[in-house]
Design a protein around this ligand. Structure first.
Ligand code: FE2
Ligand code: FE2
Length: 447
């Protein structure tokens, strides 16, 4: 009996992990071929890229890879597609074939939630499980034993492990026009660029209105804010949105900023309206609502206070304030390294060092201090004093901040307030150092 593998999925887009899964099964189980089957309208997903693009990319990825073939069987079917129907169709068409379904280890755990799983299992000669680095092998074996016991389904654990790439990671990089090499095959990367897939209207707008260094800075803030949010258990979507929009009004003329801020009834501190470097935070809060339809008060607050800070900042406020200051492209300034290191283990302490640094910098330049910044520092100093001698402040002396190229804060002229950032590393790893594992794709009653 001929044995054929099936690798189903949304493939939005197909990436090297998918190809490795198919080839690991092809070699490991001596299959005659593996069919790559892009979903039609998957039951578990909202918006997906049109089938013709996903199919074209799958074909490009499978090209010149002996043993891999792309099937449009699901794309040709109307409506929501379920694996059980595809299997029934294929078995009826090729009764002489045995089919092995190939899944990732995360999918194995939720396999039973597939529609009519018992019937699907009966149509299969087995399921091949591709492992990824760091998988819990004991849990995989337990689940495999359970499915075999309950459904008589043979489960093959493939020897070769596959790269922990995710389509989400690829889409995120593509939206930022960053390098996809190593994550998808070159022809797919080219296809994504040529067809401008995964472009995000918000990012496109930011790229259109910002100077290239500021856009790179924004992406650096996003990357840092995502990592900090993961580190401190703060909502990553909110951190990402606030980071992307924190400087969304910075390109505006001062008079336009003033009008915008007034239109949205945003209070400003004395002197704030007179400083473009300060006013862009309040204007950013207004623009986030007016132009980008943001309504989340936590996100708006983080944008509002990213420059001056204020007492009683939320974790999200702190993350955006600090990410703005320490993102990888920031030009060095005295104390930057200490703030960077501290931010990873103690946000309050990092805020204290940052606020001290800012106040010293502004005073050193003989410029007026923003009252919010003074209040911020006072509140952080008071909290530290309240923490007692065993409190959060490290024993090591802090470097005395010197006037120099400053953090973006206070009433600095634009050129000083915004040191030209170096470009963040293209194709940098997923924030938080996570390998970018895609969430289990199969929800309840899926596939
Ligand atoms: Fe800013
Ligand atoms: Fe910024």
């Amino acid at each position: 009996m001929e044995r054929v593998g099936i690798l189903g999925g949304t493939f939005d887009p197909i990436h090297v992990g998918h190809i490795q899964m198919a080839e690991a099964a092809l070699r490991g189980l001596e299959l005659s071929e593996v069919l790559i089957v892009p979903d039609g309208r998957p039951p578990h997903k909202g918006q997906v890229t049109p089938g013709r693009h996903r199919l074209a990319m799958a074909r490009l990825a499978a090209e010149e890879r002996p043993g891999l073939r792309v099937s449009d069987v699901e794309l040709r079917r109307r409506g929501v597609t379920y694996t059980v129907d595809t299997l029934a169709h294929l078995r009826a068409k090729h009764p002489q074939r045995d089919y092995i379904y190939i899944v990732g280890s995360d999918t194995l755990m939720v396999l039973e939630s597939w529609r009519a799983f018992g019937r699907a299992a009966a149509l299969l000669a087995g399921v091949a499980v591709a492992r990824r680095e760091g998988d819990d092998l004991a849990a995989i074996r337990r689940q495999a034993a359970y499915l075999t016991e309950k459904y008589g389904l043979h489960i093959y654990l493939l020897e070769e492990s596959v790269a922990a790439v995710s389509s989400t990671q690829v889409r995120r990089l593509a939206a930022r026009d960053q390098r996809l090499e190593g994550l998808v095959c070159p022809a797919v990367a080219q296809y994504i660029r040529r067809h401008r897939l995964y472009r995000d209207p918000m990012l496109e707008e930011l790229r259109r209105t910002m100077t290239p260094p500021r856009y790179r800075h924004t992406l650096g803030v996003e990357q840092t804010a995502l990592s900090l949010a993961a580190r401190y258990g703060v909502d990553q979507d909110k951190a990402q949105l606030a980071a992307l929009l924190h400087d969304c009004a910075k390109h505006m003329e001062q008079e336009d900023m003033k009008a915008l801020v007034r239109r949205w009834g945003i209070d400003t501190a004395p002197g704030e309206e007179d400083s473009r470097a300060l006013l862009h935070a309040a204007a950013g809060m207004a623009a986030a609502q007016e132009k980008f339809s943001v309504t989340d008060p936590q996100v708006l607050s983080a944008i509002r206070w990213h420059t001056t800070g204020k007492p009683g900042m939320s974790r999200l406020d702190q993350i955006i304030y600090l990410a703005d200051m320490i993102e990888p492209g920031r030009k060095d300034f005295p104390g930057l390294d200490l703030i960077r290191r501290t931010a990873w283990h103690d946000l309050d302490q990092a805020m204290l060092i940052a606020a001290r640094r800012t106040v010293a910098y502004v005073k050193g330049r003989g410029m007026p201090l923003n009252p919010r910044t003074v209040e911020l520092l006072d509140s952080l100093e008071a909290a530290q004093a309240g923490a007692g001698p065993e409190g959060a402040v490290p024993a090591r002396p802090e470097p005395v901040p010197q006037p120099g190229p400053g953090p973006e804060s206070q009433a600095l002229p634009e050129s000083q307030a915004f040191p030209e950032p170096q470009s963040p590393q293209p194709g940098s790893p997923e924030p938080g150092g996570a390998g970018g594992r895609e969430k289990p794709r199969r929800g309840k009653e899926s596939r």
